[in-house]
Design a protein around this ligand. Sequence first.
Ligand SMILES: CC(C)(COP(=O)(O)OP(=O)(O)OC[C@H]1O[C@@H](n2cnc3c(N)ncnc32)[C@H](O)[C@@H]1OP(=O)(O)O)[C@@H](O)C(=O)NCCC(=O)NCCS
Length: 274
Amino acid sequence: MTEAGSEKLRKFCAEDIPPAAQLSAQAGWNQTEEDWRTLLELSPEGCLAMEVDGHLAATTTLLCYGRRLAWIGMVLTKAEYQRHGFARRLLAHALENADKMEIATIKLDATDQGQSLYESLGFRSEQEIERWSRPGENAAQLPAGRTSVEEPWRDLDSLVFGADRSQLLERLAQLNPPRSISQSYLFSRPGRVSAYLGPCVSENPRTARRLIEECVQNARCAWSWDLFPRNQDAVALARDLGFSPQRHLVRMARGKELREKENAIYAIAGFELG
Ligand SMILES: CC(C)(COP(=O)(O)OP(=O)(O)OC[C@H]1O[C@@H](n2cnc3c(N)ncnc32)[C@H](O)[C@@H]1OP(=O)(O)O)[C@@H](O)C(=O)NCCC(=O)NCCS
C-alpha cells in the first residue's frame, strides 16, 4: 500500500498538531491539541512523525527529564498504516536519540497493543498503572485552579518522581495553576472528553484527599485519573469519589533501575508524560 520512497521519518512540527490530535482521538485517547503542543514545546527534538504521501501516519514522542530519565509517549499509528513497522521504526529512532544523549533510564506506560513491541526493544515491566474515570458533564467546565505563591513541586517532585520534571510542571502551571497545601500539590487540565486529574504528589494521605476532594467535588465535569493500584490510599480515595477503573496499562523501563515513590504519587502527569 505504501510505495517505497513515499514514507518519511522526520521531526514532528507544529503543522502536525491537528492531524496528530485526530490520530489520538481515533484511538479513543483524551489528549487535546494543547497536550500535543506541550510535548512539542518541551521536546522539539524528541517528537517524531512518520509521513506517508505527505500525510501524518504515525507518531512517537520522547521527553527528556535531564539525562536521568526520558519518557516515551504518543506511540500511535493510523489504522490503515498499522503492521507496516512504523511504530517499531519510530521507537528505534527515539531510543537511538536517547542513547546518543546518554539518558540513563527510559520509561513508558504500555497498552496491551504496545507491550510486546516494547519488550522486544528491551523494556521490562515495573508495575501496573490504571486509568480511572468518573462520569459527568462536558470537560469544558473544568474549574480554574488557584494561583499559588509557593511552588512546592520544586523540591518534592524530583524526590518522589525520581527525576527533574520542573519544566513540565511549570508549563502545566501556566496553563492551569495547581492547588497546593503545604508540601502537597495537585494539577488538573482540560481533556478531549474528560478533565484530567494529575499530577498529584503528597506524602500525607489526608492532605491528598483534601486536595483531590476539593477539586473534583467543585466540578461537575467528567474526570480521568491515572493511578498506581499499589497506592492503596489513592485507590480508596478514587472509589470514595465515585471513580471506577477503565483501562489497565503497564509501566515499563529500559536501562538503569529508577523507581518512583508510588505511595506519594496519587495521580501521574499522563501516560505520555510520566
Ligand atoms: C501499537 C501500535 C502503535 C503499533 O503500531 P504499528 O505501526 O502497527 O506497529 P509495527 O508495525 O511497528 O509493529 C510492531 C510490533 O507490534 C506488534 N503489533 C502491531 N500491532 C499490534 C496489535 N494491534 N496488537 C498486538 N501487537 C501488535 C507486531 O507484532 C509487531 O511486531 P513484529 O515487528 O515482531 O511483527 C498501533 O497498533 C496503535 O496505534 N495502537 C493504538 C494505540 C496504542 O495502543 N499505542 C501504544 C501505546 S503504549
